[in-house]
Structure formats: structure tokens, C-alpha cells
Design a protein around this ligand. Structure first.
Ligand code: 3PG
Length: 385
């Protein structure tokens, strides 16, 4: 693909697609990781003297309709404070945007436009007509073939990849294409069904596949352990068994259980063999944490998606914390992605010790699954002709 750094941006109208889909509460951005990740790209374009227009989606509004709660105004305000520069939000922008060289505007939520989700050609052409150069930098939305990620790249005079998108692809390729070994992955989360393709794809690649959360419960049940009232998926036991026959999937020797799911639930450590009928497994136990941490510490490549326990409640956070610390200690190449995972990275303060933190949730998983990201495929095809 063409890289933004190789394109002359001086005095050019530059339209940058970022993923600024961040959590907003009461009109305030509550986690700005994605905004901070986009800053270097925006600053580069400003420094080059471009007329910068940034676009993004926020949430999932009803298409074609303005809805206040999905306005990018909180993002514009936050971005302005990070940049120390005005960031006007342009509400009606499809018919043209006024912006000077070295200045920046944010255009209102792309999903307010009819045709965005359907990758409509007419809408894509309108976006393309706004710019001389289109920069696709929204890795977190690169798995969506939509007008602002894919369609616009088809029609823009020049379509290139921004530095954030390039860095994301490079880090993921490093972890997946020719990983240093041994390689381990942690896949946590509540359901096997939502992560089955990721588990299948990783099971062909990794030396150790550590599962956690509700996903691990299904594997425990598949291996014949009692899981009591724990969340698990009975109908996916055959798939879990097939995965265990293919790859090393270490199961926790001990677990943390409770009889209720709440912030004040009493946590009890039990051997995995001793889970009672009214127990819910809410974390891996201390012995399992030590065993898994040891596997991680000697891994040369680690991919992390999903916590291994209900870490929002401290008494069920020990397992996730221990694995986070092991990743921090490992001198291998580590990559973490997904919303819950980044919350855990923040909670246990290991951001500086993870080699690469992805801004992608769904996009991260689709890349790990080996799927083609349509927005990237479009940049590739544009680079060829
Ligand atoms: C995400 O948060 O994963 C991306 O911003 C994509 O959002 P979407 O799932 O609403 O397309």
C-alpha cells in the first residue's frame, strides 16, 4: 500500500479516517486511548501544512439520522485539549468543508449519513470529492467495508495508509506471520461461540493456548470437570474437545468460585475437581495463575485477547493480574487487543511493558483469524493501479 509519509501533503486537502469510537459518558470521553493513538498521524498532517479533515464513527446510531448522544462533539473537545488547537466540529460536511492549511476540522459522525454502512458509491464519491488525499488510519474499523473506510478509498485521487494503520498491521504480522517461539495466546471472555474462529485459527499457530473466563468453563466441562452453575456452552463441548486434541490447552488446576455474581460476592479457592453444584467459576486459582504465568514468561511471542476472570471485581481479578504481570515481565514480543483487555492493561498498569497495544477490537480478532480486512484490501488494490 502507499504510505502517508511518502505522499506530499503540503496545501493538500487531506481527509483522514480515524477510529475515534471511544466511550463517552455525560458528554465526556472516559477513555481516550484511541484518540491518543491517532494524534501522531494528525500532527504529521498538520505539520506538513495540509488542510486536515478528520472523520470517524461513534457508536451505532440509526443510520441516516442525527442523534445527539452519538455526536462527535465530546471527541472534538477532547482532541482540541490534547492538541492545544481549535478543533471545530462540522455538522454538514458532505458538500464541502472550509479548512486552511495547517488547520484541522473534525466532521460529524459518518454513521449519520445514509449509505455509510452499505458502502454506497454515491456517498463514497462525495467523501472522495472533499479531498486530494484520503488517509485510511482507522485500524479499529478496517474490518468494515463501509463508505468512510472502503468506498472513499476507491474514488479518492490518492488513497494511502496512515502511520497508525501501518503500525498495527506491522505488529500483528510480526506476531502472526513468523512468530518467535515458543508462542502463547490468551483468549478470555465469556463465550466460546463468539471466539470459536479465533480459537481455531490460533490453535494452528501457537504452542500454548491459554483460555479463560466462560470460555475456559466450556473446556473444563469438555475435559469432564464439574462446573456447577458456571457460565458455559454445553453445545460447544465437541468443538472444545477437538481443539484440545490439536493444541496444548492447559486447564486451571484450581479456580476461584462464588455462589453469587456481584461485587461483594465471597470468593473461595477450590481445586478444579471440587467445584460444587451451586458454585460459579469466576477466576482461575492461584496455582493455575503461577503455572500459566510461567508459560508466558518463557514465551517469545504472546497474543492477549480477553481477561481470564471477572477482574472488574477485585476478588476475581487475581488471575488476570498475574497473567498481566507475567506479560509485563516477559522479554518476548507481546501484543494485546480488545476493549476488556485494554481495560485490564490499564487497571494493572502494564501499558509500557506490552510491546504493542492494538486499538482494534473486532478488527484485531478478524486479523488474528486470518481474514482479509476490506479497507486494507482496497488500499492494496489502489496501490496497484
Ligand atoms: C470497534 O469499536 O470495534 C470499532 O470502532 C468498530 O465499531 P463497530 O463494531 O460498531 O463497527
Amino acid at each position: 500500500v502507499i504510505n502517508m509519509k511518502d505522499v506530499d501533503l503540503t496545501n493538500k486537502r487531506v481527509l483522514i479516517r480515524e477510529d475515534l469510537n471511544v466511550p463517552v459518558k455525560n458528554g465526556k470521553v472516559t477513555s481516550d486511548a484511541r484518540i491518543r493513538a491517532a494524534l501522531p498521524t494528525i500532527k504529521l498532517a498538520l505539520a506538513a501544512g495540509a488542510k486536515v479533515m478528520v472523520m470517524s464513527h461513534l457508536g451505532r446510531p440509526t443510520e441516516g439520522q442525527y442523534e445527539d448522544v452519538y455526536s462527535l462533539q465530546p471527541v472534538a473537545t477532547h482532541l482540541a485539549s490534547l492538541l492545544g488547537q481549535d478543533v471545530p466540529l462540522v455538522k454538514d460536511w458532505l458538500d464541502g468543508v472550509d479548512v486552511e492549511s495547517g488547520q484541522l476540522v473534525l466532521v460529524e459522525n459518518v454513521r449519520f449519513n445514509l449509505g455509510e454502512a452499505g458502502d454506497d458509491d454515491a456517498l463514497s464519491r462525495k467523501m472522495a470529492a472533499l479531498c486530494d488525499v484520503f488517509v485510511m488510519d482507522a485500524f479499529g474499523t478496517a474490518h468494515r467495508a463501509q463508505a468512510s473506510t472502503h468506498g472513499v478509498a476507491k474514488f479518492a485521487p490518492i488513497a494511502c495508509a496512515g502511520p497508525l494503520l501501518s503500525a498495527e498491521l506491522e505488529a500483528l504480522e510480526k506476531a502472526l506471520a513468523k512468530p518467535a517461539r515458543p508462542m502463547a495466546a490468551i483468549v478470555g471472555g465469556s463465550k466460546v461461540s463468539t471466539k470459536l474462529t479465533v480459537l481455531e485459527s490460533l490453535s494452528d499457530k501457537v504452542d500454548q493456548l491459554i483460555v479463560g473466563g466462560g470460555i475456559a468453563n466450556t473446556f473444563l466441562a469438555a475435559a469432564g470437570f464439574p462446573v456447577g452453575k458456571s457460565l458455559y456452552e454445553k453445545d460447544l463441548i465437541p468443538q472444545a474437545k477437538a481443539l484440545m486434541a490439536k493444541t496444548s490447552i492447559p486447564l486451571p488446576e484450581d479456580v476461584v468460585v462464588a455462589t453469587a455474581f456481584s461485587s461483594d460476592a465471597v470468593a473461595t479457592v477450590k481445586n478444579a475437581t471440587d467445584v460444587a453444584p451451586d458454585d460459579m467459576i469466576l477466576d482461575i486459582g492461584p496455582k493455575a495463575a503461577i503455572a500459566f504465568a510461567a508459560l508466558l514468561e518463557k514465551s517469545q511471542t504472546i497474543i492477549w485477547n480477553g481477561p481470564v476472570g471477572v477482574f472488574e471485581f477485585d476478588q476475581f481479578g487475581g488471575g488476570t493480574k498475574a497473567l498481566a504481570m507475567a506479560i509485563a515481565k516477559s522479554d518476548g514480543f507481546s501484543i494485546a487487543g480488545g476493549g476488556d483487555t485494554l481495560a485490564a492493561v490499564d487497571k494493572y498498569n502494564i501499558a509500557d511493558q506490552v510491546s504493542y497495544i492494538s486499538t482494534g477490537g473486532g478488527a484485531f480478532l478478524e486479523f488474528v483469524e486470518g481474514k482479509v480486512l476490506p479497507a486494507v484490501a482496497m488500499l492494496e488494490s489502489r496501490a496497484q493501479n
